[in-house]
Design a binder for this molecule. Structure first.
Ligand SMILES: C[S@@+](CC[C@H](N)C(=O)[O-])C[C@H]1O[C@@H](n2cnc3c(N)ncnc32)[C@H](O)[C@@H]1O
Length: 261
């Protein structure tokens, strides 16, 4: 106790798995390329690569669970107005600073009109939403006929729990406790749910490239052992690892589908 009246601790608070308040506690990490959300940067690049340039003026991309807007730099020049929906206000403030129009709300009840979006993105969102089917229904509802859904998420498999939680959350690429594996999303169920809402989703497995990720981890661990120099240089100092297609959807997968007319 500092003043004899209230207990004070410098230890970070421990929150339940997938508690959205974790994103407030980690707010300073979003835009650090080598920070706790590093892998989200790699995934954002890969997700943006699925989005073609806009085909009409005023085209709208709705980014569900946009976080701090990591997708924004990768969409630059593609011609979309980028609206981001998220529960976490501290993340939305950062998204707004990167050109995203912020909407504070739940992906399962989005306060935007039916058919308003040319593209809906849902990157690393569904595995955090207790009712992911409701979020999918919203994503499909927001799409205009011919509009494009792009997403990535974690599969509901034993391998995914092992790789993304038991291993991933012990590495510096993923914050510990950010996932609740009970919420992971079976790819076949996701395809069926999208089809029910008029979107033919195709999925493919993806993973970070192995060599680049190992090099990144070594640089990251070395930098963590060195005392900061000159205010703290970026430890990565090199190219960020790329996300590559892989033959299995058992862990991480991307989905892409067009809304029927
Ligand atoms: C893993 S982060 C991904 C952020 C961003 N899509 C990216 O890839 O950088 C998950 C984000 O989803 C948000 N989120 C979780 N549940 C949500 C919900 N039901 N509605 C809206 N946002 C939600 C969190 O606040 C967080 O910003």
């Amino acid at each position: 106790m500092r003043d004899g009246s209230s207990p004070v601790s410098d230890r970070p608070r421990v929150l339940p798995p997938n508690d959205p308040r974790q994103y407030d506690d980690l707010a300073d990490e979003w835009w650090r390329p080598d920070g706790a959300f590093a892998m989200l940067h790699w995934l954002a690049r890969a997700r943006a690569a699925l989005v073609p340039p806009a085909t009409r003026p005023d085209a709208l991309l709705v980014d569900l669970g946009c976080g701090a807007g990591l997708l924004a730099p990768h969409l630059a020049g593609k011609g979309y107005r980028h609206v981001g929906v998220d529960l976490t206000r501290s993340a939305l403030a950062q998204a707004a600073a990167h050109g995203v129009t912020p909407v504070n709300g739940d992906a399962t009840a989005v306060p935007l009109a039916d058919g308003c979006a040319d593209v809906v993105a849902a990157g690393e969102l569904l595995e955090h939403v207790p009712d992911w089917r409701a979020a999918v229904a919203q994503a499909c509802r927001l799409l205009r006929p011919g509009g494009l859904l792009v997403l990535d998420t974690l599969n509901d498999t034993v391998l995914s729990r092992l790789v993304a939680v038991e291993i991933g959350e012990r590495l510096p690429t993923v914050p510990r406790g950010i996932h609740d594996p009970r919420l992971f999303v079976d790819d076949r169920e996701l395809i069926a749910e999208c089809a029910r809402h008029g979107v033919e989703l195709r999925v493919r497995g993806v993973r970070p490239e192995l060599g680049g990720t190992l090099r990144w981890l070594v640089r990251r661990l070395r930098a963590a052992r060195r005392p900061p120099v000159g205010g703290g240089l970026s430890p990565s100092g090199g190219r960020e690892p790329r996300i590559r297609p892989t033959w299995s959807t058992a862990v991480l997968y991307q989905g892409r589908g067009v809304r029927r007319g």
